[in-house]
Design a protein around this ligand. Structure first.
Ligand SMILES: NC(=O)c1ccc[n+]([C@@H]2O[C@H](COP(=O)([O-])OP(=O)(O)OC[C@H]3O[C@@H](n4cnc5c(N)ncnc54)[C@H](OP(=O)(O)O)[C@@H]3O)[C@@H](O)[C@H]2O)c1
Length: 280
C-alpha cells in the first residue's frame, strides 16, 4: 500500500503529505465509505470545507477507519459569509464540533471575496484561533499575490499554504514563485484538470506511455515535481491507490516543461477570478 508520507514542512513547523485527498462532493453514507477507503488506502490529509456540508462525514470516516487521530490532518475552510471576526471564530468551533475533534489541524479562508472587504478580518480571526489552540495550521485559498501580501502586511503572519486552482491547463507559475518567496506551500485544487481533461494531450499521454503509468499519475507526478501538493478526489478505491502511487517514476525536466507549457496554449481557469468571484 502506498502511504501519503508527510513530505512538506510548513512555515509553522508542522508537516503535510505530498498528496492529500479532496472530499468534495463526497457526502452521506457513500461519502463516508469513499473517505474510509481513502484512509485505508493511505491518505493522511482530508480536504473538507463548511460549504461541502460533509464535515460530519469526515469525522465519522476517521472514526470508522480506525486510523489513529494523530496520523491524519483534517482541513476545513471558512465560507465567505463568516468572514467577520466573531462569525469566523464560531465557524471554526462549529467545524471542530461537526468533525468531532478538539482541535482543527488546518483551517483556510475559502475565498477572499474582496468586494466584501473582510478577508483581513477573517485572517486576523484565524491568527487568534491559532494562538488560542483551536487550529494548528492556518492558511488561505484562492488568494492572489495582492491578497497574500496584504494579510501579511497587516498581521505579520504569513499563511502556511494557499490552496488554488492548479493543473496543466492553469499551471500558476507566477503565483508559485510568489509562494516560494513568501514561504507558503502551494496546494492544488482540481489537480487533474478534468474540465476538460488534459489526459489526451501529447505531453501527458506520451509521458504515460514512456513511464508505463496512467495519465492521471503523470499529472499528479508533475504536481510533485513543480512543488505543488495536489488534493485529488476519487470515490473509486483503485483510482485512490493509483493517485498515491507516484514514487516509482520521475518525469524528465523536458516532460515537466512540456506539461507546464499546456497552460500557455490553453490557459483557462475553471473558477471565477479571485478578484471578482464571490463565494459565500
Ligand atoms: N478551494 C477551492 O475553492 C476548491 C475548489 C474545488 C475543489 N477543491 C478541493 O479540491 C479537491 C479536488 O478537486 P476536484 O474534485 O474538482 O478535481 P480532481 O480531484 O482533479 O478530479 C476529480 C475527478 O477526477 C476523477 N478521477 C480521480 N482520480 C482519477 C484517475 N486516477 N483517473 C481518472 N479520473 C480520476 C474523479 O472521479 P472518480 O471519483 O469517479 O474517481 C473526479 O471526477 C476537491 O475534492 C476539493 O476538496 C477546492
Amino acid at each position: 500500500m502506498a502511504t501519503a508520507l508527510m513530505a512538506h514542512t510548513l512555515n509553522d513547523g508542522t508537516m503535510v503529505p505530498a498528496v492529500g485527498f479532496g472530499t468534495y462532493p463526497l457526502a452521506g453514507e457513500d461519502g463516508i465509505a469513499a473517505m474510509v477507503s481513502a484512509l485505508e488506502n493511505g491518505y493522511r490529509y482530508l480536504d473538507a470545507a463548511v460549504n461541502y456540508e460533509n464535515e460530519r462525514e469526515v469525522g465519522q470516516a476517521l472514526g470508522r477507519s480506525g486510523t489513529p487521530r494523530e496520523q491524519v490532518r483534517l482541513a476545513t475552510k471558512i465560507p465567505g459569509r463568516f468572514h467577520a471576526r466573531d462569525l469566523a471564530l464560531q465557524s471554526l468551533r462549529d467545524s471542530a464540533e461537526r468533525m468531532q475533534v478538539d482541535q482543527l489541524d488546518v483551517a483556510l479562508i475559502h475565498w477572499p471575496n474582496p468586494s466584501r472587504g473582510l478577508y483581513v478580518e477573517a485572517w486576523q480571526a484565524l491568527v487568534t484561533a491559532q494562538r488560542e489552540g483551536l487550529v494548528v495550521t492556518i492558511g488561505v485559498s484562492n488568494f492572489t499575490r495582492e491578497h497574500l501580501e496584504r494579510v501579511i502586511a497587516e498581521t505579520g503572519v504569513a499563511p502556511a499554504l494557499n490552496q488554488v486552482e492548479l493543473h496543466p491547463y492553469f499551471p500558476q507559475q507566477d503565483l508559485r514563485e510568489v509562494h516560494a518567496r513568501l514561504g507558503i506551500l502551494t496546494q492544488a485544487w482540481s489537480p487533474l484538470g478534468k474540465r476538460p481533461s488534459p489526459f489526451h494531450e501529447p505531453p501527458v499521454a506520451d509521458a504515460a506511455r514512456a513511464h508505463d503509468v496512467s495519465p492521471a499519475q503523470v499529472v499528479l507526478r508533475w504536481h510533485l515535481q513543480v512543488g505543488s501538493m495536489p488534493v485529488p478526489k476519487s470515490a473509486d478505491a483503485q483510482r485512490q491507490r493509483d493517485n498515491l502511487a507516484l514514487d516509482g517514476f520521475e518525469l524528465t525536466d523536458d516532460e515537466v516543461a512540456a506539461i507546464t507549457a499546456l497552460g500557455r496554449r490553453d490557459g483557462r481557469r475553471f473558477s471565477g477570478d479571485p478578484d471578482t468571484h464571490e463565494e459565500l
